[in-house]
Design a protein around this ligand. Structure first.
Ligand code: AHG
Ligand code: MN
Ligand code: MN
Length: 335
């Protein structure tokens, strides 16, 4: 059995010039995963963790206590390292420049959704953490700027998520395939359990909040009807599965095949999910596993971000399913 630590060291050896900075960052994310895992597992017993914090985050959404907890733990773990120059999070209005000598000389910035699917915490349903790592574009030796955080997704150096499900798993890519590690709680280590994950090209599962059907664009409505039609050769009707936690829905579809859609709607004209914290990392993972990610019309990883908390529609998953869904978007464009 190979541990995540061993795997990281082994991969680093493939790049003799690498100084181990990225490996260091991945190690601190591993530590954050263990801390959040520990606290989520006690959530039902601990009033400091469960429930609403009574505060709204920058997006005007209710912040759960665990959202704030996960954000603080992540920030603290990254600040403690020499390798990180700045941090942007769904739970903080502005990015944080680690403006110390070490921070100014560090090469990488991190973007994160510290706790994804937070409405599921109180009811014991799987949640996640999403992270995305870029090389800074501002000069080393200075404090990072907004431009470092607004890079298109295809510039990501690494991305991944932790899913706190029936077991806790860490899944990540550094642009050379996708690997998954399962947390062995008795040993306190992540073990390589899913090597070189490939998403099936054709899935049988679609994941969308269908309660919003009437608010969806025509292309999505038509695609959903297509998913529900009977056709033996393409194994339709497909199965509908929606947890309401992107990480968990994505993880299931990654392993079994499927499509996750959060489209624009009359309620969310720009989509609900955030490009930098949710869209880009999931798109990078999907493509690395042989799948696709689109906003309905263009590749997610090609979008040039203009704002830290920018939203995007998201169609992500099995290649043939995303292609089909986006073909409906094109056919019924502007309807
Ligand atoms: P977050 O908890 O980080 O705000 O993300 C919630 C997201 C995503 O995880 C999930 O798929 C989606 O919001 C669910 O939204 P709806 O409740 O509108 O379906
Ligand atoms: Mn989220
Ligand atoms: Mn979140």
């Amino acid at each position: 059995m190979k541990t995540l630590g061993e795997f990281i060291v082994e991969k680093q050896a493939d790049y003799p010039s690498a100084k181990g900075e990225l490996s260091g960052i991945l190690s601190s994310i591993r530590l954050v995963a263990k801390v959040i895992h520990r606290d989520i597992n006690k959530a039902g017993l601990n009033n400091d963790i469960i429930g609403n914090s009574g505060i709204e985050n920058v997006q005007g959404e209710a912040q759960m206590k665990l959202d704030a907890f996960a954000h603080e733990k992540m920030k603290a773990a990254l600040i403690a390292r020499d390798e990180v120059a700045g941090f942007g999070s769904e739970e903080e209005e502005n990015f944080v420049a680690f403006d110390t000598e070490r921070g100014r000389n560090a090469k990488y910035i991190i973007l994160a959704d510290p706790l994804d699917g937070s409405s599921n915490i109180d009811v014991n349903v799987a949640v996640g953490t999403i992270f995305s790592i870029y090389r800074r574009i501002s000069p080393i030796g200075t404090a990072v700027t907004l431009a470092d955080f607004l890079q298109p997704g295809h510039k990501q150096v690494a991305a991944g998520y932790i899913v706190y499900g029936s077991s806790t798993m860490l899944v990540y890519t550094t642009g050379n395939g996708v690997n998954g590690f399962t947390y062995d709680t008795s040993l306190g280590v992540f073990l390589l359990s899913h090597e070189n994950i490939k998403i099936p090209q054709n899935g049988k599962c679609y994941s969308i909040n269908e309660g919003n059907y009437l608010k969806f664009p025509m292309g999505v409505k038509k695609y959903l009807k297509y998913c529900q039609e009977e056709d033996e050769s393409s194994h339709r009707p497909y199965t509908s599965r929606y947890i309401g936690s992107l990480v968990s829905d994505f993880h299931r579809n990654l392993l079994k095949g499927g499509i996750y859609i959060y489209p624009t709607s009359t309620h969310y004209p720009l989509g609900k999910l955030r490009l930098l914290y949710e869209g880009n990392p999931m798109a990078f993972l999907a493509e690395q596993a042989g799948g696709l990610a689109s906003d309905g019309y263009q590749r997610i990883l090609d979008i040039e971000p203009t704002e830290l908390h920018q939203r995007t529609p998201l169609f992500v998953g099995s290649k043939n399913m995303v292609e089909k869904a986006t073909s409906f978007m094109l056919e019924y464009q502007n309807q």
